[in-house]
Design a protein around this ligand. Sequence first.
Ligand code: 3HC
Ligand code: NAI
Length: 695
Amino acid sequence: MVVSLSRQGNVGIITVDHPPVNAISAAVRAGILEALAQAQADGALEALVLAASGRTFMAGADITEFAKGPAGPTFHEVCQALEAAPKPIVAALHGTAFGGGLELALCCTARVAVPSAQVGLPEVKLGILPGAGGTQRLPRLVGVAAALDIIVSGDPVAAPQAAKAGVVDALIEGDLLAGAVAYAQSLLAKGQPYRRVRDITIDPESIPADFFAAARARFAKERRNQFAPQKIVDAVEAAVVLDIDAGLERERALIAECFVHPQARALQHVFFAERQVAKIPNLAKETQSRPIAKVAIIGAGTMGGGIAMNFANAGIPVTLLEVSAEGLERGLGVVRKNYEASAAKGKLTAAQVEARMAHITPTLAYSDLADADLIIEAVFETLDVKRQVFQELDKVAKAGAILASNTSYLSIDTIAQYTTRPADVVGLHFFSPANVMRLLEIVRGEKTAPDVLATSLELARRIKKIGVVAGNCHGFIGNRMLEGYGREANLLVLEGASPAQVDKVLFDFGMPMGAFAMSDMAGLDIGYRSRKERQLTNLQARAGRVGDKLVEAGRLGLKSGAGFYDYAPGSRTPMPSDATAQIIAQVQAGEGISARKIDDQEILERCFFALVNEGLKILGEGMAYRASDIDIVYINGYGFPAYRGGPMHWAENAIGLKTLLERLQHYAAQTGAPWWTPAPLLERLVSEGRSLASI
Ligand code: 3HC
Ligand code: NAI
């Protein structure tokens, strides 16, 4: 029984019990209706409580049902039944009362919550809008502007704030059910009429005339290219201009539009991909994670300091080792500056800043790392330095300690060989800024022990990152794919597109910034140095020629005030540059290339198809467990728009694997470049008519 009715004196308690998160499946909807009917018919019951057992109140509709189509009683029927019940109903909230869960609660007479509960309408994150009355009832309860912000952000609101806003009527310290029953008694004592959210009126005159136009314009910018936020504005506007029943009908029509939009499918793919990613195939059930109570980090540079902050934020003590006192001082200074910037924005108190700093212990001595459960190396990117560090770690680290490298490109297997314990060695590849970026690539060496991988995934969650296991290949998943994307952007410029044209196509697609603006921000000298260190074929080297000349002309990017773009003093806004145009023309002349007009479609195809083809090679080689893991890497590490589902989902659904194959074959024939050879996996999938998910 997923829903039951029990009794405490004259109060009936309807309890939903549908683990793990009490998702409101067809059975739950039917169960609530049945329990409600029973309770109404029971003359001994005067009031009701709607509660859920386990870790949370209902966390929303059952998302697995979305793809299957409607079945069982609708949300609307359940809402109507709750709202029309003559007996008062108190919703008892704990955990996460999200989506349909909160919407059902809004149909009750009152809501009480434990202080740790959260409420929210996260539907927008699934590409839809609240479809069980949330867009009509929440504005009535908390005001139009506040409701719009809650619904468009999709972010949770903590119960104490929800109480201030009027969503929650009372906070219950102690036993929630007892508090809810007592609240129901107090409603009975006050007597009829019981307040219903649907009866609250919104005065249209109280809303500024341009409110909704301004909201549409704001979300067109803040939620660029996104469908659902605009539909949410339409729905909330309906709450103002229509009566509740007409508004509810409008909401149903609008959610139907969202459901059939490709963004909804993409975002729902991302929801499940995020949950899949933490699962290691064939991991023995009895695998136990290793306890991680103390962490050490080697190198307090750009990455080391940021990595340390993650652990300090999670309350895990961390020892930070450098080669010199100056290095330590500089590194800790940057960490402190970052925390103080957060404090200045009101995100941390001064005491919290000090508490976090106190979690970081600086040292110059390897002997101080002897009790660390996990040691992460973030020193210079050369094998020689990594060897010195890992040989030292092998001497001092305790048995069973995990030895990790933050290397961007170097082989984890080679690094593991520097120790006598390769099974304990793993790559933990953070992204810059390491205290901000959500992605953590967990690089599996040939000998990495399964429990080291499991521990790394668990740790990622503890420090609020999303861990993705990658195989040990040059650049792992993310940077390996990025290479083709950057290469095509540069070749397109050599062939006649301007950096601004390429960047506009990439930005309009939904990337946070174009490839050239990104290179300018990172610094062009990084790519320059790496090109000089690598043996590149002539064809490969060509893509770097403009970048090389820019660096040699002192144009290092934003930090030198000029790169692919010009920058006005103190400004970060890229402006097309005549000097760069001249350098491009010189390189074209040197390479014997006559510039041609390049259309936007070619830019889009070449940059993203190169990226996806590499992703397919990675998948075919077993360097990623699943296509959806690659999507998670790109969304969380490189800003690929989640509403396109990640590059692999996009390629399969918006382009089609067959078309992709044809276009790769076209570019391979046109350019003769080896990198356009289609991934063998793609050829196989297309010839067998299979999907990426079938791998
Ligand atoms: N439907 C179906 N399954 C769900 C689900 C849902 N709404 N929410 C979570 N699950 C599943 C997850 O897929 C996962 O399954 P798995 O163990 O097989 O991988 C399991 O429940 C546990 O989920 P998490 O790993 O995410 O558990 P956490 O404790 O980390 O988080 C949570 C719990 C905060 C509730 C989080 O799961 C969450 O945010 N869920 C989605 C909430 C949501 O989006 N609700 C709105 C749904 S749309 C809606 O209500 C439409 C309405 O307007 C009509
Ligand atoms: P960095 O140059 O900013 O910092 C390296 C630090 O290591 C310096 O403070 C240096 O003094 C210290 N160091 C050098 N040798 C040492 C030794 N033997 N013992 C102790 N400390 C030593 O470099 P950054 O950018 O932090 O990179 C570190 C690692 O992280 C590299 O492997 C890099 O490839 C990787 N990485 C860098 C990213 C970035 O965007 N900067 C992103 C992801 C990974």
